[in-house]
Design a protein around this ligand. Structure first.
Ligand code: ATP
Ligand code: MG
Ligand code: ZN
Length: 683
């Protein structure tokens, strides 16, 4: 009986499928778009002929060929002229299947999938530039000049065995590859990884190698993009020279189609029951307090930090003006003594955020925090996305940010304000999106936080990075009898019972949904709220003006205030930013400024002094030291410290010991570095 079923020619069945209205239309549009691909929805095929669809999934090599031939045959009927033109150029129609009904999980791919058509979803972490690949290679005989064409498959370029010319008899195979007479096709390789939000808690992401061949599918996705790929799973083993092939094989996917998916995490709307719960919660006048109390309940105290985390989770509204865009995501930094639960808070945020990613300053991959151009094993370069790109539209929790790589120190400036990461290296030029909120933690440079020193002295991060944080908090571990008493009781209670002594008012599952829901709201400033923010800003500006300090708080802080107020309105699911939101934003900003050692009541503060910890005269001297260094670098590359100090004394009358302090400051800021002992160089 099975024989009879076999008798149906698959190619004919495919052609019947392409004769349906939808596909006739798609085929006739191919010429207009100048395309050679025909997109076919798997679901359509399944409805048309379930058996054929299943065959295609099980034996894609054979059936895709039938499908492509059928599509070309149908093109000959729909648009004979275009079919003719394609034939002249030796082009074929490629049928590209999209949206299989089920996605295969990256971490479940195995030997069962080899040779099968599967759909996988994930995030692109690495890509090579588009490279031409030879499809048909032309070889010219060195003896008689005859050209032989060889169709290429496999990894290596294959030369002919013998010359095609019968009168040319030579024992040696000597050929030249002729590029102009060979045909090439665009190819690219990608590395795809499980999305941060799909990752089982505490697991490292798995990756899959992706091969793309064909000008219509290369260069579609960039690192950081979320994609859905349909393709055939292949297994190859690598060859060890002189030994043979390895018995274990590596999996990769040979791409048939690739689609870039929307980047919004959890686009799925909450169920009606969940929505009801969310709306009910939002009515509570104490909703802000309730959420703060639900954040990391096992961690004692730190209410103001939990409040800041709440704002960070909800975020402000990004503004895209015709000429510029302003980020909506907030950045917060926790600087603190060892053992003050910074890492715990960060890990908690990773779990609760709709898309959260935890990494250390050094990064967990070669790409670090931003991006890197890497040299591949087989030669050639590839671009790899770092943590901030992978967490696009989510929250990146960066622990020990002060220990980040020097390359990231440069690139993170752009990432944290413009929300892009630009790369131009090794022939790769790209700009990747990094619309990421950052929650970072750092230890004080001197081991413990020294309250009488400025924040810039306390942490080894340059001022330019510090100023990109909307809020900075200091966590100090100072003995305090009353607090220690309560806290130890709290911690010991956790250890005794194995669960939190305080039940969160909102369960984390619901809180996560609540955040996703709130992110759809775009609150706007009311007159009243706007006036409060403006008054506060102007009061501080004028206070520093009368002091005669050169730079007061900057427009950055004003934008931070707006973001915080927006986030607070979102928490209550309000479309309007009220005076109370503005007040709360002002008060947490004041708290943050106070924490870093500023007397807020007198309004006398100067972000410049706060961040750099030095009055104008010192800044001028630093500038002098730096420009002298740059001047001297022109002659010698790197500069001997001793000669720099002598120069500063001779030319600008800066005493040696002061010069040494200035260099120390520049070193700590990362403006200059020591390429080798006794020498300095500008970063
Ligand atoms: N306020 C607190 N409430 C409950 N537990 C706390 C509190 N502070 C510290 N701990 C506990 O102390 C331990 C150390 O915390 P954690 O590792 O997060 O510190 P850290 O600030 O990251 O330190 P380091 O700077 O050395 O990395 C954790 O087990 C944490 O639960
Ligand atoms: Mg830690
Ligand atoms: Zn020859």
């Amino acid at each position: 009986m099975g024989e009879e079923l076999e008798a149906v020619d698959p190619q004919e069945r495919f052609q019947e499928f392409f004769k349906t209205e939808k596909y006739r239309q798609r085929i006739s549009q191919m010429a207009v778009a100048g395309r050679t691909s025909l997109i076919a929805d798997f679901e359509d095929l399944l409805i048309f002929d379930q058996r054929l669809a299943e065959e295609l999934r099980e034996r894609p090599d054979e059936h895709l060929k039938h499908a492509c031939n059928a599509a070309y045959a149908q093109l000959q009927t729909e648009d004979p002229e275009y079919a003719e033109r394609m034939a002249e150029k030796e082009e074929a129609v490629t049928v590209r299947i999209v949206r299989l009904l089920e996605t295969a999980q990256l971490r479940k791919l195995g030997s069962d999938h080899i040779g099968k058509l599967v759909m996988v979803e994930g995030i692109i972490v690495r890509s090579t530039p588009v490279r031409p690949m030879v499809m048909r290679a032309a070889f010219k005989c060195k003896r008689c000049g005859e050209v032989t064409l060889i169709d290429q498959t496999g990894q290596f370029l294959k030369a002919p065995f013998a010359c095609k010319n019968p009168s040319c008899v030579g024992a040696k195979r000597l050929f030249d590859f002729v590029q102009e007479e060979s045909t090439f096709i665009d190819s690219q390789e990608l590395r795809m990884q499980e999305r941060p939000e799909d990752l089982p808690p505490g697991q490292l992401p798995r990756a899959l190698h992706v091969k793309l061949v064909g000008s219509e599918i290369v260069d579609v996705a960039r690192p950081g993009d979320h994609v859905s790929i349909v393709g055939i799973i292949r297994a190859v083993s690598s060859t060890l020279p002189g030994v043979g092939k390895l018995r274990t094989f590596m999996l990769h996917v040979e791409t048939n189609s690739i689609e870039v998916l929307g980047k919004e995490p959890e686009i799925t709307l909450p169920s009606p029951e969940d929505e009801e719960k969310i709306l009910e919660l939002a009515k509570d006048p104490w909703i802000h307090r309730k959420i703060i109390n639900s954040i990391a309940p096992s961690i004692y105290g730190y209410d103001h930090i939990k409040e800041a985390i709440m704002y960070l989770l909800f975020g402000g509204v990004p503004k895209s003006l015709p000429d510029i865009t302003i980020r909506g995501e907030m950045n917060a930094l926790l600087v603190g003594d060892p053992g003050t639960a910074k890492s715990q808070l960060l890990l908690y945020v990773t779990r609760i955020a709709p898309r959260g990613l935890y990494t250390s300053g050094r990064g967990t991959t070669a790409a670090g925090l931003t991006a890197a151009v890497l040299r591949e094993k087989g030669g050639g370069m590839s671009l790899e996305a770092g943590a901030l790109v992978l967490a696009d539209k989510g929250i990146a929790c960066i622990d020990e940010i002060d220990k980040m790589r020097p390359e990231d120190r440069v690139a993170i400036h752009e990432a944290m304000e413009q929300h892009t990461v630009s790369v131009a290296k090794g022939g790769i030029v790209a700009t990747l999106n990094a619309r990421t909120a950052v929650l970072a933690a750092a230890n004080p440079a001197l081991g413990r936080y020294e309250p009488h020193r400025t924040i810039a002295d306390n942490i080894s991060l340059p001022v330019t990075i510090l100023s990109r944080f909307d809020l900075i908090f200091v966590l100090r571990d100072v003995p305090n009898k009353e607090l220690d008493d309560k806290m130890s009781e709290h911690i010991l209670e956790i250890h005794r019972k194995g669960l939190s002594p305080v039940e969160p008012p909102i369960a984390s599952e619901l809180l996560r949904k609540y955040i996703s829901y709130a992110k759809g709201i775009k609150p706007v400033l009311t007159e009243e709220a706007l006036r409060r923010l403006k008054d506060f800003y102007l009061a501080m500006r004028s206070a520093s003006e009368s002091e005669g300090s050169p730079v007061a708080i900057t427009a950055r802080q004003l934008e931070s205030l707006v973001r915080t107020a927006e986030a607070r309105a979102r928490v209550a699911l309000r479309k309007e930013i009220m005076a109370e939101d503005a007040e709360a934003a002002i008060s947490i900003m004041k708290r943050s400024l106070e924490e870093v050692g500023i007397d807020v009541t007198s309004y006398k503060f100067d972000i410049d002094i706060l961040m750099t910890g030095k009055p104008k005269s010192v800044r001028d001297k630093l500038q002098t030291a730096l420009s002298t260094l740059i001047e001297m670098e022109r002659d010698t590359g790197m500069v001997d410290k001793i000669s720099l100090l002598n120069e500063l004394e001779a030319k600008y009358k800066i005493p040696i010991d002061e010069g040494e302090r200035l260099l120390g400051q520049l070193l700590r800021e990362g403006t200059i570095y020591e390429p080798q002992g006794g020498y300095v160089k500008k970063t």
